[in-house]
Design a protein around this ligand. Structure first.
Ligand code: ATP
Ligand code: SF4
Ligand code: MG
Length: 326
């Protein structure tokens, strides 16, 4: 259904917080993957590794520097005007932070239907209320909630509203960007169950973005592990914890098992700061992006970027040492 090929996007550091002339962050650096009909593909990795940028490229919020995005045979990069509008109705992006993405001055009815109002599916306010009420019930809220404002809802309920807004145009593909990260564990479970029901009932495909490997193993069909703009390993979600080969994937699993957060992992006994991670991101074109943190690193790892290689059916790994030794 969705095919991403050699997607690249770099940002000039002048535009960011760590402003320096002529330097770049390779936010998405030659990323390729496919999502089949009715499949949920998980994109997993630490903060700043390029997950949201990949999602934003897919919905054309950003223009890629190079690469292909094909959706049901359509070249997404060439879409504009009405065709782009229709594409964005078929592919919906649920944002990371429901508190920020819901306009506090609008009623839930207005939030849910503002896209519909300017589309050719608009059949008047009464029909829109019926549809919005029905979708609110589908996500576990009630028709009476249509006249309330976002501030009257809890975090979990606001995420339900974001999901309802995405469903209103009856999309075929949902991009869920850290949709449960800001929620308590018990509420996370409820939202995941809701998404599970929705994808089954509506036969949806999903790109499920998270920094939480455990959640992605539970929820997704396949997983791509990303580090500093690069896909490091791809495998079936249910097998990944048994077959993980890449040192970074193994480190993430070790973090799940023993440490509080994956970003508390140490390199040479020191915790990496955000600034250090950005520094590493600048070197991704000429070395393995993980070389600064990898216990298996050899001199050759700093000389060239390893290729993503299939080592078993459905299992790809990017590590030059593994290709030689395993
Ligand atoms: N508009 C932008 N301008 C400059 N740099 C950017 C921009 N958007 C993202 N970046 C940089 O690109 C890199 C990838 O960011 P991105 O938001 O895609 O990461 P992420 O994996 O979604 O992280 P998180 O888990 O924190 O959401 C980061 O280093 C970020 O600082
Ligand atoms: S290529 Fe080298 S640095 Fe990169 S993950 Fe493999 S062993 Fe580690
Ligand atoms: Mg993000």
């Amino acid at each position: 259904m969705l095919s991403i090929k050699n997607l690249k996007k770099r940002f000039n550091l002048e535009a960011g917080f760590f402003a320096k002339t002529g330097q770049y962050v390779y936010a998405v650096n030659d990323v390729s993957f496919e999502v089949a009909d009715n499949e949920t593909y998980g994109l997993v990795g630490e903060s700043g590794c390029g997950k949201s940028t990949t999602a934003r490229l897919i919905v054309k919020m950003y223009e890629p520097d190079s690469g292909e995005i094909i959706f049901n045979g359509q070249n997404v990069r060439k879409l504009s005007g009405r065709a782009l509008k229709e594409y964005r109705e078929r592919v919906k992006y649920i944002f990371q932070d429901p508190a920020k993405s819901l306009n506090p001055r609008m009623s839930i009815f207005e939030i849910l239907t503002c896209g519909l109002r300017y589309s050719k599916k608009w059949q008047g306010k009464q029909k829109a209320r019926e549809l919005a009420g029905k979708i609110l019930c589908e996500v576990g809220l009630t028709e009476a909630d249509l006249d309330r404002r976002p501030s009257e809802f809890s975090g979990g309920q606001r995420q339900r509203i974001s999901i309802a807004r995405a469903l209103l145009m009856e999309p075929e593909f949902l991009i869920c960007d850290e949709v449960v990260s800001a929620l308590d564990v018990s509420i996370q479970g409820q939202i995941l169950n809701l998404l599970q029901e929705i994808r089954q009932n509506r036969k949806l495909s999903m790109l499920f973005i998270t920094h939480d490997l455990k959640v992605s193993c539970y929820f997704c069909d396949r997983i791509g592990v990303m580090y500093n703009g690069v896909l490091m390993e791809e495998a079936n979600a249910k097998d990944l914890y048994k077959i993980a080969k890449h040192p970074y994937t193994k480190l993430l699993f070790a973090s799940v098992a023993g440490e509080k957060k994956s970003d508390t992992v140490l390199h040479n006994g020191e915790k990496l700061s955000k600034a250090q991670e950005v520094k590493i991101a600048k070197s991704t074109l000429t070395a393995c992006p993980f070389v600064e943190r990898c216990k298996k690193a050899k001199t050759s790892c700093s000389m060239e970027m390893p290729q993503l290689v299939q080592i078993a059916p459905g299992h790809k790994v990017r590590c030059s040492e593994l290709q030689i030794n395993d």
